[in-house]
Design a protein around this ligand. Structure first.
Ligand code: IMP
Length: 422
């Protein structure tokens, strides 16, 4: 199975980084195909915690790592992570950056922040890292790409053209200070030198690796429900984290993908705004947040917490073509006597459905129909395989697998790399 996509099956923060890190042990190449430093992947290896924003999780184990054309890159974050690799004794030349990826420029970050402020109550709740404005410029064909750093004349010209328009916007629409061309140029001329050695042909590299029978892992930065086309629009990110985003974002054909590994928490979290049917009412939400350490890696924001939502997961299986699932953070549920699972949605007309509503208003008003499972009320520290889980924990995993018709291959029962049961 040389080509595997690992995709978040919920609203992000499913613990993908850790699963990718685990699968990366048997992989020759790890690729990021969308998103940018809006992601925050926490990986714990040998007691050392890594918090990555821009780099694929494979770098932690020194695996060749590719940032594809579908990604957006913050030069400062990239350079900082290159330094992090060096301080931790990893040779950064394992990283290849597609020349077709787009650069997040300082005005994208300012516009993201100003636009959210302006939306007020209607804000999306973005990470304010400039993601949306960068993808918008890409679609408008006025973006600045990584390969532009290879030619000083082109880079300067593009910054000049962009600033001529962006500064008008910043001053007149958003009422914020404009950028100074010479200052931006000085900063980016410096970045250009630092980025240039990493620029390569990601599509060709991955194609050749697959032809050579190597194992290639494709890692989405965000997750299914944040997908621009199939997520809970407008409370989504501006790219395609779903599995079909992998071939597009890297530059290979869809027929090259062999399997799709979905990653879901044993419950649900969501940051930012938008409807969330299985959100936990009352004090249990704060309790679960504390137990699971559910605070944003990048922003430190409190994550909203919900019980497991099978309806949304079934949708993720459909949209991604998930062939197997990893269920993470099962141990976080060990404290609860009863575990509600949302098995259907009740719609406004009183009907119930197992399928994710196609229309936003139906989703907005959907009420969860719960099946309440017995908790196991004991730590999962002693289990070294799925068979050794307490009976109730085993039943919980089994319910998910049965409901989705997908095998659960991995179950996370603790933060460390080895606390994933196969
Ligand atoms: P943006 O990607 O910064 O534009 O944010 C758009 C939406 O995606 C917001 O609701 C963010 O909270 C969410 N989002 C972006 N990246 C992540 C992530 O890595 N985990 C969870 N949510 C994310």
């Amino acid at each position: 199975m040389p080509a595997t996509v690992v995709v978040g099956a919920q609203w992000g923060d499913e613990g993908k980084g850790k699963i990718v890190d685990l699968l990366a042990q048997d992989s020759d190449v790890v690729c990021r195909y969308q998103g940018g430093p809006n992601a925050g992947h926490t990986i714990v290896v040998d007691g050392e915690t890594w918090k990555l924003r821009q780099m694929p999780s494979g770098v932690v184990s020194g695996t060749q790592s590719v940032i594809g054309a579908g990604c957006v890159v913050d030069a400062q974050v990239f350079v900082d992570e290159v330094d992090l690799l060096k301080t931790r004794g990893i040779d950064p030349s394992i990283v290849v950056l597609s020349g077709n990826a787009h650069l997040i420029m300082p005005w994208h970050v300012t516009i993201d922040q100003a636009s959210e402020r302006r939306l007020g109550k209607l804000q999306i709740g973005t990470t304010r890292r400039g993601i949306g404005p960068t993808y918008a410029d890409k679609a408008s064909r006025i973006g600045i790409r990584v390969q532009d750093v290879l030619d000083a004349k082109i880079l300067r010209e593009k910054i000049e053209v962009a600033l001529a328009e962006k500064n008008l916007w910043l001053e007149r629409i958003y009422d914020v200070a404009p950028f100074d061309l010479e200052e931006v140029w000085a900063q980016y001329a410096g970045f250009a030198e630092q980025l240039a050695p990493f620029v390569g042909d990601a599509s060709l590299l991955v194609d050749q690796a697959l032809h050579a029978g190597k194992n290639v892992l494709f890692e989405g930065a965000q997750a299914t429900m944040l997908d621009l086309d199939h997520g809970t629009y407008p409370f989504v990110t501006s790219s395609n984290p779903i599995a079909s985003g992998a071939p597009t974002g890297i530059g290979i054909g869809p027929t090259r993908i062999d399997r799709v590994f979905g990653v879901s928490k044993a419950y649900v979290t969501r940051v930012g705004e938008g409807p969330f049917p299985s959100e936990i009412p009352g004090d249990d939400q704060a309790r679960l947040r504390e137990l699971g350490g559910e605070f944003g890696t990048v922003t430190g924001r409190e994550r909203r917490c919900g019980w497991l939502d099978i309806v949304a997961l079934r949708y993720a299986v459909r949209i991604n073509g998930i062939t197997s699932l990893a269920l993470t953070k099962l141990d976080v549920l060990s404290d609860f006597a009863e575990l509600p699972v949302c098995v259907r949605y009740r719609l406004r007309d009183g009907s119930e459905t197992e399928h994710f509503p196609a229309h936003q208003s139906d989703f907005h008003h959907a009420q969860p129909v719960w099946e309440v499972l017995e908790g196991w009320r004991q730590p999962l520290d002693d289990a070294s395989s799925l068979d050794e889980l307490p009976r109730a924990a085993h039943a919980y995993v089994e319910l998910v697998s049965q409901a989705l018709g997908v095998p659960i291959e991995l179950v996370g029962v603790g933060a460390a790399r080895e606390r994933v049961l196969a």
